[in-house]
Design a binder for this molecule. Sequence first.
Ligand code: C2E
Ligand code: CA
Ligand code: CA
Ligand code: CA
Length: 279
Amino acid sequence: AKARGRGRVEVHDPQTTSTAADRLRLLGELRRGIAEGQLRLVFQPQVRLSDGRVTGAEALVRWQHPTRGLLPPAEFIDVAEQSGLVRALGAWVLEAAVRQAARWARDPRAATVDVSVNLSARQLTDPGLVAAVSAVLARHRLPPHLLVLEVTETALIADPDAATAALAALKDLGVGVSVDDFGTGYASLTYLQRFPVGELKIDRSFVMGLGQSDGDDGIVRACVQLAHAVGVRAVAEGVETEEQRRALVAMGCDTVQGYFFSRPVDADALQEWARERRG
Ligand code: C2E
Ligand code: CA
Ligand code: CA
Ligand code: CA
């Protein structure tokens, strides 16, 4: 697989350039790593454009590997997803994110922010998902509206019936749902109307071209308008420049997230950053 992957489109996918033996070893290490507490969460602030306040934070997983250092999800999420280990990983992330959100909610000096958690496609269609979410909220006594689950457009349309049922149950629980990577997965307008979601998160690939490509400007503007037409918030991810921020303000985008504001940081740094902006 190593030789075949070289120089082809798959080079972006680290999985295809590694052998089955490599993947198996990684999997074993990850299973141990989860059990031994090697996973970490970092948080990236979400800023409301109308007043510049931090209203939320996206939890992003990292793996403190014993020899390879701090690994980003691109190094291990796919392997986890293909193997079913993503259930254990997803459960750890949910627990840790809700624990943190509850700590912030209780701390009178902390800015109250909702915490967004990424769900894999497998988690979304896992029949135990809703009970697991409900249990973790109860365990940490987190008000449900302070948890937002991010599901990709691709995961939604892979099994629209299962997705609709899961989303409806999550909505009943009171947790928020965000459609991640919006614009990349060919969700039809019919589905958009039928999925009970609270926000659309416009994919970074479109945000990147803002102010540089008329095409991308048009797509982002259309996504914002679409979100508002179906009564949900528009969030833009991957905002890296002031020019992009200004374009999003002009388009009426509600919330933004990206390196222009802050990289993902640890929980304490996120609160510090939020406090500074509050003045
Ligand atoms: P995503 O959900 O689209 O998350 C956004 C990714 O873009 C993050 O990468 C974030 O660090 C990065 N990012 C944020 N702002 C900027 C920016 O301004 N410019 C650029 N170039 N990048 C920016 P990260 O943390 O490496 O995560 C990559 C992907 O891994 C995520 O994409 C998500 O799909 C997945 N992932 C992360 N954490 C979890 C998790 O806990 N569970 C699951 N199932 N997937 C996760
Ligand atoms: Ca949010
Ligand atoms: Ca996300
Ligand atoms: Ca995304």
